[in-house]
Design a protein around this ligand. Sequence first.
Ligand SMILES: Cc1ncc(COP(=O)(O)O)c(C=O)c1O
Length: 462
Amino acid sequence: MVQRITLPSLQKRADALRAAGYNGYLLAARDVFLDMLTDSGVNAMDAEQYAAMLRADDSYAGSESFFRLLGTMEKVFGLPYFLPTHQGRACENIIAHTFIGIKNVVLTNYHFTTIKAHVTKFNGQMENMITDEAFAPKSNHPFKGNFDLKKLAKAIETFGRDHIAFVRIECGTNLVGGQPVALENVREVSKLCRRNHIPLILDASLLSDNLYFIKTREDEYHDKSLAAIIRELASLPDLIYFSGCKFGCAHGGGMMTADEKLYAKLRELLPLYEGFWMHGGMPAREMEAMAVGIEETLNLDVIAQVPMFVECLGKLLVEAGIPVIRPFGGLGCYIDAAQFLDHVPRKQYPAGALAAAIYLVGGIRCTEMGVLSQQRNADGSEFFPPLELVRLSIPKRVFTLSHMKFVADRLGWLFRNRHLIGGLEFTEEPPLQRSYFGKLRPLENWPDLLMAQYSRDMPDGI
Ligand SMILES: Cc1ncc(COP(=O)(O)O)c(C=O)c1O
């Protein structure tokens, strides 16, 4: 689908940003030139997906669209049981309901916000066990999403297997730079879980990029087909779930397993939260599009597109001297905002300020992934996550390489003038999900100084 976009004038961008409280989530899409906020639900579908949508069967029960999707999941993953849901977090709700009780500890390579929210809602506790390399922005480790197996074994011993609800592995990781997980690591985690009788759940939302990295970075898999790699991966956990807004390029999600008893347990909750179990709240046309999108992940050209665009943009940013998380991963380019704005204290939200400045100079909307998107500690103090990032997401098949050049050009200008950017403070701070709903203001009116310099350097006002 092709859509017209416009770059509002500098003054219009400044006005829109102020009205949005310096929060990209509150900007109207009409005021955005390049939308790099996320890929969720905004990946472009291809002609085959649109064609498939036309044959959607909307029958409430037993629709052909459901059976086609079921058949695709079985063909791709080799797992017989599949349940559709309306989004990835809907699976997480059902998983938390099913698994968390007396056993309430969840060990994960790295959490995503939605799973953490569901686990904690059920009085569960989530612990990250990712390799330390993940927090070294300059480390070139090819699989920074890997579990640290020693930390995991130790945690199983410390918490005790009778207190661990499940182990979750996110392939690849979202909040730590789109970094992938090696198949070898999944194999070892699976062995450890089986030995200790702990269920292993795999979040496959970012699997498309992760597959590309297994194939291209893991020696053992260079010569294996993507179909064989997925089958091997799928044989390791007890349950796989995903956001179809990311994996499958449609709108929906789902869970699959080879365990009939687990399937029956999960299925009971579907009508309660999602809809009839043969659609789980997904329109039939989305099931059709998702089936085609998932089958297309078996094609290397299809899954290579995002990692190649990330690498292209990443290299341009590095040439401009900008600190980018290495090695380049999936989903988008992640900028180390703590280093980019090393003069802005973390309590003044450097990633939030950088995201606002990027919109101001280029009409580019990106995601803050630092202190601002964390909830405060119980005593009201700020929670400081290990990384302070800004993510420039690259939705699948949406941008051209000239868009990437434009982004690198505007970020290059911003980096040369970074001393003009200051911090932010809240004017409206809701206690929950402040990054979605909160409003802020710049400290010491730095946007005016930035705009004045920008107008001198770019007199056409664009
Ligand atoms: C790794 C991961 N898991 C789960 C989700 C939640 O999926 P959804 O947005 O479809 O609810 C996301 C969404 O971005 C994600 O990145």
